[in-house]
Ligand binder design. Sequence first.
Ligand code: SAH
Ligand code: SF4
Ligand code: F3S
Length: 471
Amino acid sequence: MHLPTYQEAKTMDKKNYEKKEFFLNPKLVHRYHGTYHLKTYGCQMNEHDSENIKAMLEELGFTQVDDYEKADVVLLNTCSIRENANNKAFGMLGRLKHLKDENKDIVVGLCGCMAQEEKVIHDILEKYQWINFVVGTHNLYQLPEIIAKVLESKEQQIEVFSREQDLVESLPVKRDNPYSAYVNIIYGCDKFCTYCIVPYTRGRQRSRAKEDILKEVHQLIKDGYQEVILLGQNVNAYGKDLNDNYDLATLLEEIAKTTIPRIRFVTSHPWDFTKEMIEVISKYDNICPSIHLPVQSGSNKVLKLMGRRYTKEQYIALFDELKKKKKNCAISTDIIVGFPNESDEEFQDTLDLVDYCQFDNAFTFIYSPRYGTPAAKMKDNISKEVKEARLQKLNEKVNQYFLKNNQALIGKTVDVLVMGKSEKKDGLFYGYTDTMKLINFKGENENIGKIVSVKVLDAKTWSLDGEIANG
Ligand code: SAH
Ligand code: SF4
Ligand code: F3S
């Protein structure tokens, strides 16, 4: 049993980890025959981890089922970014407890960011002894062995390391999307924004070796993928922990020179956005004109309290530079309202910034104190009503700009990576523009999985409508 501690999770010392290859004990390959259900919460990093989890479970011999009530193994890949993310997972655990009461052979496990929280593990040991296993983000590669141990010994297994372990390559992967693929480039985060739990749940930043990233990209190209999405909590820090002057600009350029039609990357912290990166992004057409650039607040005082290390003015300068240099660049953002001590005027600064930037997309959140973070020690002194009113006001404003930006595309022809038939709209297909806008359009089956030209006929707040462009 390994239990995580906050004390250890927040230490900054860099450890020298080795790289190792994933290895599955041959005795475990297809040893089991049951079914599994995996529920994923949280960010793209978790979605991609889930693609690894699915492949590991299938190597053990399990097959996926959509209905958790029909599964022999139910695994929750959790997120702890805000309190409601934790509540969702605990709600699901409540439902699983009923199932378990009826059939004690069901195996229930928990992994992801909540597994890294000392407080959550404490609760599990005290109140959720029926949960069969917990595995942390740093040792996810041990999942097959941990499940095997549970099945053989019937004893609860809690295996969570507080700090990052060796970088593991060659994890098996079962990708959800056959045209667009996630590729990890950096794990963890060293920014320690004062509100954020991620540095505690994902550890210090570690970059994958460029050879491993490029090998993966080349394989994806061979497999027919049209798009790679480079992943990291802060991709702009890529390479800072390697000693070879290789950074995100050089990595992006090398990937842009391959034949992959589309490259995206998330997420960029504005503080690490270099001139070289802007140059490379502007130079290559296969680097999508779509940048996610979380601002969090438009008030310098709040930004400082958040530990974001840039001012509103610096953010705007970067924003303007990207808009100027990268043709048709769409910029999206994340914003938190109701941070401790945020006054009406400071909230107004955020609204003013939104008026200036007119974002193409924005994810807006009410501040949620996370145990163990520095902000959680500040008094959470904005009332729920005020936080909700601010969120509503902000949402009205951002939505207005999504619609305006979308309407500006009416009559234009856009490149669309076609994902499939629309589930909601009969007879229509759907895909994403290079600027990451959802478009429903009249097309053909043969368009699926390709990048095609679509004429925009109409615009809504969240999507576009169109038809295949002639010629
Ligand atoms: N690594 C990314 C963001 C990861 S979390 C980055 O730095 O941009 C995604 C978003 O969740 C953050 O950008 C922030 O807006 C929001 N968030 C993080 N912690 C939060 C908290 N405690 N309360 C509310 N929102 C939070
Ligand atoms: Fe969290 Fe800040 Fe790191 Fe993003 S950069 S993951 S918000 S600590
Ligand atoms: Fe959530 Fe962890 Fe991602 S806290 S947002 S799943 S890194």
